[in-house]
Write a protein that binds this ligand. Sequence first.
Ligand SMILES: *[C@@H]1O[C@H](CO)[C@@H](O)[C@H](O)[C@H]1NC(C)=O
Ligand SMILES: *[C@@H]1O[C@H](CO)[C@@H](O)[C@H](O)[C@H]1NC(C)=O
Ligand SMILES: *[C@@H]1O[C@H](CO)[C@@H](O)[C@H](O)[C@H]1NC(C)=O
Ligand SMILES: *[C@@H]1O[C@H](CO)[C@@H](O)[C@H](O)[C@H]1NC(C)=O
Ligand SMILES: *[C@@H]1O[C@H](CO)[C@@H](O)[C@H](O)[C@H]1NC(C)=O
Ligand SMILES: *[C@@H]1O[C@H](CO)[C@@H](O)[C@H](O)[C@H]1NC(C)=O
Ligand SMILES: *[C@@H]1O[C@H](CO)[C@@H](O)[C@H](O)[C@H]1NC(C)=O
Ligand SMILES: *[C@@H]1O[C@H](CO)[C@@H](O)[C@H](O)[C@H]1NC(C)=O
Ligand SMILES: *[C@@H]1O[C@H](CO)[C@@H](O)[C@H](O)[C@H]1NC(C)=O
Length: 425
Amino acid sequence: MASLAVLISLVACAALASGATGVRIELTRVHSSPFVRDAVRRDMHRHSARRLAASGDTVSAPVIEGPSSLGEYLMTLAIGTPPLSYPAIADTGSDLIWTQCAPCGDDQCFQQSTPLYNPANSTTFSYLPCSSQLSICEAASLPACVCPGYNYTYGTGWTSGVQGSETFSFGSSPADETSVSDIVFGCSNASSSDFNGSSGLVGLGRGSLSLVSQLGAGTFSYCLTALQDSNSTSTLLLGSSASLNDTGVGTTPFVPSPDMAPFNTFYYLNLTGISLGTTALSIPVDVFTLAANGTGGLIIDSGTTITSLVDAAYQQIRAAVLSMVTLPTTDGSDATGLDLCFALPSSKSAPPAMPSMTLHFDGADMVLPAGSYMTQDSNLWCLALQNQTYGMPSILGNYQQQNMHILYDIGQETMSFAPADCSTF
Ligand SMILES: *[C@@H]1O[C@H](CO)[C@@H](O)[C@H](O)[C@H]1NC(C)=O
Ligand SMILES: *[C@@H]1O[C@H](CO)[C@@H](O)[C@H](O)[C@H]1NC(C)=O
Ligand SMILES: *[C@@H]1O[C@H](CO)[C@@H](O)[C@H](O)[C@H]1NC(C)=O
Ligand SMILES: *[C@@H]1O[C@H](CO)[C@@H](O)[C@H](O)[C@H]1NC(C)=O
Ligand SMILES: *[C@@H]1O[C@H](CO)[C@@H](O)[C@H](O)[C@H]1NC(C)=O
Ligand SMILES: *[C@@H]1O[C@H](CO)[C@@H](O)[C@H](O)[C@H]1NC(C)=O
Ligand SMILES: *[C@@H]1O[C@H](CO)[C@@H](O)[C@H](O)[C@H]1NC(C)=O
Ligand SMILES: *[C@@H]1O[C@H](CO)[C@@H](O)[C@H](O)[C@H]1NC(C)=O
Ligand SMILES: *[C@@H]1O[C@H](CO)[C@@H](O)[C@H](O)[C@H]1NC(C)=O
């Protein structure tokens, strides 16, 4: 049984290799509005619980009300034999792959748009033995975990069930469909409603349970369309087809992650400074440094919407934006959850022009146009950034990653990126 994990990765590598170019998956969004407020709330809770989870205590995460699954990108994949397709949140900030399973007790599952997967109806389902290296209690260092059950906690919620293994199918068209057997996943029979809008989640983090690790993908990339652009789909590529052919590619090394959960899941980057227009902001050089005890640092996360930065950096940006805009400020925090908002004359007004913001990574500059750091919600025009709780990693969220082709190269331990029109990708 100890060899199960090895076997799984061999099978999966073989599957991706025979597919030659890897897997292409389309991403859609969970729709709702106004998106910013709920996305910000979701983000805040998510992070506070992650920190608690890391302390090794059993925690009860604050659960937020209302439709909270906002600002998320969903990938469609299929589970079982015969395959049942379902939409799942694509999350580089966690590892577990899961879907809701039948039978689900009364009110234990949140509503989903697709039929519930029933393992009893699939010829390829099996329970995961507790001796497996991918048994979640070990693989994710869950507190108070008793195999074969799990309760996996996110800041915005939790999901619990039993681990199994299944055949999964990926691909946005029959032509590039790939099936991979023996993927370890969570068969959830109780979850909080925070994932409403999806039928589960796919972890793309560094841990052994993630889809990236189980496929032995080596590289993956995505190109996220603007959240407000409700018509076009984004793309996720897994495996060798995930390469950047674009012009203007920048490459920066990942910073090694701390060797403890949940930080060992995250992709850390080395951010050395920030400019607004041509002005370098006076941010102390070490504010984004990852400490040996796991505090601080900056991670990139597809499952978080709004970027949060350590306060010393956030306040510099806030002050610089404030000094550039002549519109009156207004308290938009109730409507948007954001801290710095300006009042536009009307909801139809175009906001004033702003220079781009540059994130200076080790070896590469990431240029964010105004639309990637400011956001308009009716007549409110707000800075789409927030400050991070002390000690938590700063997070580069998906709003700031829009219209950028981003490649994670696990083998080279680098992230590459290039500006792109993701709606035509
Ligand atoms: C899972 O953990 C969360 C947070 O600690 C808790 O609220 C929830 O009741 C637990 N679920 C189950 C099924 O034990
Ligand atoms: C789930 O989302 C749908 C559509 O956004 C909404 O109608 C429904 O009330 C939500 N359910 C819960 C429990 O939040
Ligand atoms: C979920 O499944 C586990 C294992 O079969 C069982 O112990 C638990 O009672 C189930 N929970 C619900 C809410 O049905
Ligand atoms: C799946 O199993 C359930 C009972 O567990 C049954 O009601 C349902 O019809 C089955 N679906 C298929 C497609 O066989
Ligand atoms: C979005 O798609 C719908 C249906 O395909 C189309 O009618 C509409 O014009 C599109 N909207 C935009 C902004 O492209
Ligand atoms: C990059 O080019 C290669 C070779 O022409 C191709 O196979 C691959 O699909 C391209 N990747 C992207 C993301 O366009
Ligand atoms: C972690 O290390 C940093 C930098 O050395 C220090 O400032 C901080 O107090 C430490 N935090 C904990 C919880 O040990
Ligand atoms: C971050 O980048 C700076 C500038 O290139 C470099 O001096 C520093 O050693 C890097 N830090 C880490 C942890 O890689
Ligand atoms: C975040 O910024 C707000 C507003 O600028 C400030 O009141 C708050 O103290 C800051 N929080 C932290 C954790 O630094």
